[in-house]
Design a protein around this ligand. Structure first.
Ligand code: FAD
Ligand code: SF4
Length: 316
């Protein structure tokens, strides 16, 4: 691990201001992703700003009837919250499908959203990777791509975003609240938080330098049958090959976000109009323009089958 300096943030605005003042600074929350990356010298922050002491660890009702989830609420506490379990079952299920109990105890809401890809070449510092070293090339293209993306990818990067929680938040139309270095706050829909790679796969989110996530806001509950189904190589403690987060209403309408296939939770609202015509019609629309590789072409069929299973489960 490279040497770094360390400070504890005094307030969200101070944390954001400090991150701008110190070149190479990073926020640290649970540390379950960042510390691993630092040990491997994939991330080498010169300065860590520890946000754990900030009062961002509560879940409060909003005036609109939804919930404001503090950035530091742990994945365990969020999944166990009675209001989340009752009104946003999709979110609780997605969280419990991720990582392990010990990791979820440490992992935070913001850290989970901002965790980095699990592309094996990203983790192998002997291999070129445009996300690690812009312009060095992409070892995954032409390499082993079973875990990698089929849509939203580019000639520079075909990595996926690994978060289960983000898939649920996308289907639930959540919004992220932030504070910037100048103290200004703003809201970013989860739909717009993660960027597609294009020519700059190292730029992963819409956040500005130093911008701190302070909360995630859920709109008022929409009811329906909420299902999260995750398909992976092992029954537990593995990232999704494909996952489907669904909110399905009795009239046949619904919202579907898919994980494991793209650099962000993949949702195409227009495809949801096809739900009444079945899983194949929906998947054809959802994955229009997909660019699977030899190793991961199976994901196209797997999305359809996973959704078919979800629709069957919803019918009871
Ligand atoms: C073995 C293993 C298995 C896993 N399996 C799964 C899985 O199946 N599904 C899944 O979804 N996840 C899985 N994870 C990932 C885990 O969910 C993430 O590591 C965790 O959610 C990250 O949260 P954290 O608080 O520890 O983030 P940290 O490691 O502290 O930070 C992650 C990133 O977020 C930034 N950050 C943190 N807080 C803020 C903030 N408030 N504002 C702005 N930036 C911030 C940090 O600077 C850093 O870049 C697994 C992890 C491990 C190690
Ligand atoms: S897919 Fe992206 S993360 Fe993986 S090697 Fe290529 S550039 Fe790096």
């Amino acid at each position: 691990m490279k040497p770094f300096t360390y400070e504890r943030a005094a307030s969200p605005a101070q944390a954001a201001a400090a991150a701008i003042q110190m070149p190479g600074a990073k926020f640290i929350a649970g540390g379950t992703n960042l510390l691993d990356l630092m040990k491997l010298q994939i991330e080498t922050p010169a300065h860590l700003i520890d946000v754990n002491g900030l009062a961002l660890d509560t879940i409060e009702p909003t005036q609109e009837g939804g919930l404001r989830i503090g950035a530091l609420v742990s994945n365990t506490d969020l999944a166990a919250d009675a209001r989340v379990r009752r009104d946003y079952g999709l979110l609780a299920r997605a969280l419990l499908a991720g990582a392990s109990g010990q990791l979820r105890n440490k992992a935070t809401t913001a850290g989970n959203l901002l965790q980095r890809t699990r592309c094996p070449y990203f983790y192998d510092t002997d291999q070129p990777c445009n996300k690690r070293h812009p312009g060095s090339g992409c070892s995954a293209i032409g390499g082993v791509t079973r875990q990698l993306g089929v849509i939203g990818t580019s000639d520079a990067c075909i990595a996926t975003h690994p978060s289960d929680m983000a898939v649920a938040l996308r289907a639930l139309d959540a919004t992220v609240e932030t504070v910037r270095a100048d103290g200004a706050t703003r809201r970013i829909p989860v739909a717009e938080l993660h960027r597609l790679p294009g020519d700059t796969p190292h730029v992963e989110t819409a956040l500005e330098p130093g911008e701190l996530i302070t909360a995630v806001v859920l709109p008022a509950p929409v009811g329906g049958t909420q299902i999260y189904r995750k398909v992976r190589d092992r029954a537990s403690y593995a990232f999704a090959l494909v996952s489907v987060g669904a909110v399905l209403q009795h009239d046949g309408t619904g919202r579907i976000a898919v994980g494991g296939i793209a650099p962000k939770p993949w949702r195409v609202e227009e495809a949801e109009a096809e739900l009444a015509n079945g899983a194949r019609a929906f998947t054809t629309r959802l994955l229009a323009g997909a660019r699977p590789t030899r190793d991961n072409a199976f994901k196209v069929a797997l999305v359809e089958r996973t959704l078919a299973a979800v629709l069957n489960e919803a019918r009871g």
